[in-house]
Design a protein around this ligand. Structure first.
Ligand code: AHZ
Length: 307
């Protein structure tokens, strides 16, 4: 059963003396035209350090046992996190993103052109999240892909039961023996900068998050991509990868949504990582399959928890 979510520790912590004694809240209007005697409320440097580290370590402690870990904060991972976090506020959801900046490939719609295309019926997801678009008939266009990415990210990050650990890399999977062979039971993490230096530095052991369910959305193969499915091959849980095929928008988007599934017990795979498992086509710069694969991954995950 899912672990009950208790309020984050830092919420219960008393605010510092300076915060209590700080100036009363002002509006922007209060400040305009009064710059000569302008002052920030005072602070001590250690307060800034503690404000960050106290929360971070409380989160590390809280999410060491998570209900769901999502690997990768691209368009698919963020969509899954949005649906899960909103529908099940009782579940603790950790998102692990290797890059400093979450969002994966969704900051630009494709090439260096700004707009993001989504084929219908993925417009339903945009309406749900509150992203405006132009309706072009069979597809819709968000005027800048960053508008989609920043909007969904702001919604996900506001959810009290979701924590994003960015600049953090999943560098292995936790496994347990099971009737089906092996079950994925969490992830092994490291700071991404550390993970990149295992060859030239020693003794940089990783951290772990236990979770009954992992959703992997690490994208197609590349320096970091297709992480979990490549690891499943190297640990001989699946025989080989199909390898992502050439671009065919119609075939690819249908296949990615259809094939979003729990590929080994405890591990659901979504988004372009799936194309590497199944030998599915790529779709290029059209993102409907990413958000609906995230939606389906969330539904599959909730199916596991409803059992
Ligand atoms: O940094 C990666 C990216 O943000 C992250 N990631 C990869 N390996 C990781 C690891 N630990 C933690 N080991 C890791 N994070 O995963 C994210 C993947 O985002 P993405 O945007 O690459 O994948 P997606 O499946 O969400 O979206 C794919 C978008 C594409 S690719 C494509 C094509 O090539 O045709 N078409 C579309 C729409």
């Amino acid at each position: 059963p899912p672990a009950a979510v208790s309020p984050p520790q830092h919420m219960a912590m008393p605010s510092s003396k300076l915060a209590v004694a700080g100036t009363k809240s002002q509006t922007i209007e209060d400040m305009l035209g009064r710059w000569d005697d302008f002052r920030f409320a005072p602070i001590r440097e250690s307060q800034v350090s503690r404000a960050m580290t106290r929360r971070y370590f409380a989160d590390l402690d809280r999410y060491a046992e998570s209900d769901i870990v999502i690997i990768g904060a691209g368009s698919c991972g963020l969509s899954a996190a949005y649906v899960l976090g909103k529908k099940r506020p009782d579940l603790k959801i950790a998102i692990i993103e290797a890059s400093v900046s979450p969002g994966g490939g969704a900051w630009l719609g494709g090439q260096l052109f700004s707009a993001m295309v989504m084929r219908k019926p993925a417009d339903a997801f945009l309406r749900e999240v509150g992203v405006p678009f132009e309706d072009e008939g069979n597809y819709v266009v968000v005027k800048h892909a960053a508008l989609f990415t920043s909007t969904i990210m702001s919604k996900v990050l506001q959810l009290p039961n979701v924590k994003l650990f960015n600049a953090t890399c999943v560098e292995d999977l936790i496994t347990r023996p099971s009737d089906e062979g092996v079950r994925i039971s969490g992830v092994v993490t490291n700071w991404t900068l550390v993970a990149m230096h295992h060859d030239d530095q020693s003794c940089m052991d990783p951290n772990t998050i236990n979770a009954p369910l992992v959703i992997s959305t690490t994208g197609h193969d590349g320096p970091m991509g297709a992480f979990s499915v490549k690891r499943l091959v190297s640990m001989e849980v699946i025989e080989k990868l199909g390898g992502m095929r050439g671009l065919d928008m119609n075939t690819a988007e249908d296949a990615i949504v259809k094939n979003t599934r729990e590929i080994v017990p405890g591990l659901i795979v979504g988004g372009m990582e799936l194309s590497e498992v199944d030998g599915a086509n790529r779709m290029g710069p059209t993102f409907g399959a990413m958000v609906l694969s995230g939606l389906k991954a969330a539904e599959e995950a909730l199916g596991v928890f409803d059992l």
